[in-house]
Design a protein around this ligand. Structure first.
Ligand SMILES: Nc1ncnc2c1ncn2[C@@H]1O[C@H](COP(=O)(O)OP(=O)(O)OP(=O)(O)O)[C@@H](O)[C@H]1O
Ligand SMILES: [Mg+2]
Length: 250
């Protein structure tokens, strides 16, 4: 069965896209078949992997292309459903739909024919919007990258509250299955305080931290994954460890 996972935190810059790129690439290197869905109009996932495409999620959500026409292969075992700023217009189209429920389930509907993947990872934007509601209604699980600062904890609380509302009011079940501490500095007191807070609230659901490592941002600016750019870096080691955790939890 395909594990469909939204990577979400309503706080910006917590390492969501970096996590999708390097988790997806790491799983693909281990032989799993992966689809990354770029649900952020910033198009950062699409750009980080140097994706070349002619149709994007905008075309899919506005009935101008089929899902098969939008998905492109970017690495062995790794496909991407790309996006760019035009996706923001698609959100406007969703708001104008008469059927209130369909506004939130259109992504799930459009993705129905997609098969053959072990994991589908969705890169979300840092806001409470209709596109992210679609991500939550399509996925079975949510992973939350949390940078080591208090505002990121607040974003995490908002994700927990959103999932609770959906689980209580809709016939769709979502699990918050993994908290991923990011930008971790072992010698900074704040890092350790935030990490302890996460462990207190989420116990066994907290992954080992991803350390702050400039090689991760350099890799993205070269359109490379961390395994391609610097396989011996801390970033590569930490994301490889996350890949193992995700496989073992599956
Ligand atoms: N562990 C890390 N160490 C150092 N830099 C990192 C790390 N993780 C991500 N970065 C860099 O920090 C910036 C923000 O990361 P990223 O884009 O993954 O966050 P995001 O949560 O997707 O942001 P947004 O909310 O805007 O979508 C990027 O420049 C990225 O390359
Ligand atoms: Mg992002």
């Amino acid at each position: 069965m395909t594990r469909i996972i939204s990577i979400l935190n309503f706080k910006g810059g917590t390492g969501k896209t970096t996590t999708v790129v390097n988790l997806a690439a790491g799983l693909a290197l281990r032989g799993w078949r992966i689809l990354g869905v770029d649900l952020d109009p910033q198009g950062s996932l699409t750009a980080s992997l140097g994706t070349k495409y002619s149709h994007s999620l905008y075309h899919l959500l506005t009935d101008q292309a089929t899902v098969a026409e939008c998905i492109v292969n970017v690495r062995d075992n790794l496909d991407i459903l790309p996006s760019d700023p035009s996706l923001a217009q698609a959100e406007g189209t969703l708001w104008r739909m008469d059927d209130v429920r369909q506004r939130r389930t259109i992504l799930a509907e459009k993705m129905q024919g997609v098969s053959g993947y072990d994991y589908i990872l969705i890169d979300c934007s840092p806001s409470i919007n209709l596109l992210n509601e679609n991500a939550v209604f399509y996925a079975h699980e949510v992973f939350v990258p949390v940078s080591m600062e208090y505002l990121a904890l607040l974003g995490t609380k908002q994700v927990v509250a959103t999932l609770k509302t959906i689980n209580q009011t809709q016939d769709h079940r979502m699990t918050l299955s993994l908290i991923i501490p990011t930008f971790y500095h072992s010698r900074h007191r704040k890092s350790n305080e935030v990490l302890e807070t996460l462990k207190r609230h989420f116990a066994g659901q907290v992954a080992l931290p991803i350390r702050a490592n400039v090689r991760l941002s350099e890799a993205a600016s070269h359109y490379l994954t961390i395994y391609e750019y610097d396989p011996r870096s801390h970033g590569a080691a930490d994301y490889a460890q996350l890949v193992e955790r995700v496989i073992n939890d599956g």
